[in-house]
Ligand binder design. Structure first.
Ligand SMILES: *[C@@H]1O[C@H](CO)[C@@H](O)[C@H](O)[C@H]1NC(C)=O
Ligand SMILES: *[C@@H]1O[C@H](CO)[C@@H](O)[C@H](O)[C@H]1NC(C)=O
Ligand SMILES: *[C@@H]1O[C@H](CO)[C@@H](O)[C@H](O)[C@H]1NC(C)=O
Length: 255
C-alpha cells in the first residue's frame, strides 16, 4: 500500500526510529541488510553527507568537484566525507572532509510524489583523485532486468542498528513492469527497482543517495522503500540515472 511505501531512506527522515536505536553497532559482522563489510576503499566514489557532525545521507562522487545524491537529502550546506571506510574514525588515512554550500535539486523532484529524486552538490574545492578517492561515470544505458548490481552504504543493518564500516550488498534489477506493478501508483520512469529476492538483501534507512553500481558504472541512487527493509518480493527503489545524463552534464557545465 502506498501509505507504507513512500518513505525516503534518509536518516533525517528516520530520526524518530533512530532516536531510540541510533547507536552504532560495535560488532561489524552484521549487515547493511544482509550484506557484508565492503573491502576497505573498494568503493572510492562513495561519499558520506554530514550536517553538524551527524551523518544523515550518502552520495557519489561523479566529477572532481561534484557529488550526486538524492534530492530528499537536500540541505543548505554539507560537510562531505570522501575516502571513508569507518564512519567513526576521525581523520582516517586517505579520507577527506570537504565543505559544500551549493546544491541543485532536479527541477522536477517530487513531481509527481518522490519522482526525480536526485541533486548535484558542488564541493567548495576540487578533489585530487587518489587510491581512496575517485569519481565514477554515470551510465547512459539503462540497466536490464536481472542485472546484478552492488549497493553500498552506512545505513541501518538487519538488526536495526548502524554499522561503523561501509556495507556492500548485491541486488538484482527488477523489470520495469514488475516495479510499476509493485509501486503503483507512485511508480515513475525516473525510478528503478532492485532487490526483493529470497536472500532478503536490500538497502535501508540511511543508505539514501548512495550508489547502485552495475557493470562498473553508476546506474542508481538509493531513493526509498518500505518501512521494513529486505522483505521478499519487495525491491528497493533507486533513482534511474540513465534518464538524467543530460541534466547532470548540463548542470555541472553551467555551475
Ligand atoms: C559556506 O557556508 C559556511 C556556513 O554557512 C560559511 O561559513 C562559509 O563561509 C561558506 N563558504 C563559502 C565558500 O561560501
Ligand atoms: C557481488 O557480486 C560480485 C560478482 O558476482 C562478487 O564478486 C562480489 O563478491 C559480490 N559482493 C558482495 C558484497 O556480495
Ligand atoms: C557491461 O560492460 C561491458 C564492457 O564495458 C559491455 O560490453 C556490456 O555490454 C555491458 N553490459 C551491460 C548489461 O551493460
Amino acid at each position: 500500500m502506498v501509505a507504507t511505501v513512500e518513505k525516503p531512506w534518509g536518516l533525517f527522515l528516520g530520526y524518530l526510529i533512530l532516536g531510540v536505536t541510533g547507536s552504532r553497532a560495535s560488532d561489524t559482522s552484521s549487515q547493511i541488510v544482509n550484506g557484508e563489510d565492503c573491502s576497505p576503499h573498494s568503493q572510492p566514489w562513495q561519499a558520506a553527507l554530514f550536517m553538524e557532525n551527524e551523518f544523515f545521507c550518502a552520495g557519489v562522487l561523479v566529477h572532481p568537484q561534484w557529488v550526486l545524491s538524492a534530492a530528499h537529502c537536500f540541505q543548505d550546506s554539507y560537510t562531505i566525507g570522501l575516502g571513508l571506510h569507518n564512519l567513526e574514525a576521525r581523520q582516517e588515512p586517505g579520507s577527506r572532509m570537504l565543505e559544500a554550500n551549493l546544491s541543485i535539486r532536479h527541477p522536477e523532484y517530487n513531481k509527481p510524489l518522490l519522482a526525480n529524486d536526485l541533486m548535484l552538490i558542488k564541493l567548495n574545492e576540487l578533489v585530487t583523485p587518489s587510491d581512496t578517492i575517485r569519481d565514477i561515470s554515470v551510465a547512459s544505458l539503462c540497466p536490464t532486468a536481472g542485472d546484478s548490481c552492488l549497493v553500498s552504504g552506512w545505513g541501518l543493518l538487519v538488526n536495526g542498528r548502524l554499522p561503523t564500516v561501509l556495507q556492500c550488498v548485491n541486488v538484482s534489477v527488477v523489470s520495469e513492469d514488475e516495479c510499476r506493478e509493485l509501486y503503483d501508483p507512485v511508480y515513475h520512469p525516473s525510478m528503478l527497482c532492485a532487490g526483493g529476492g529470497q536472500d532478503q538483501k536490500d538497502a535501508c534507512n540511511g543508505d539514501s543517495g548512495g550508489p547502485l553500481i552495475c557493470n562498473e558504472s553508476l546506474h542508481g541512487l538509493v531513493s526509498f522503500g518500505q518501512d521494513q527493509c529486505g522483505q521478499v518480493g519487495v525491491p528497493g527503489v533507486y533513482t534511474n540515472l540513465c534518464k538524467f545524463t543530460d541534466w547532470i552534464q548540463k548542470t555541472i557545465q553551467a555551475s
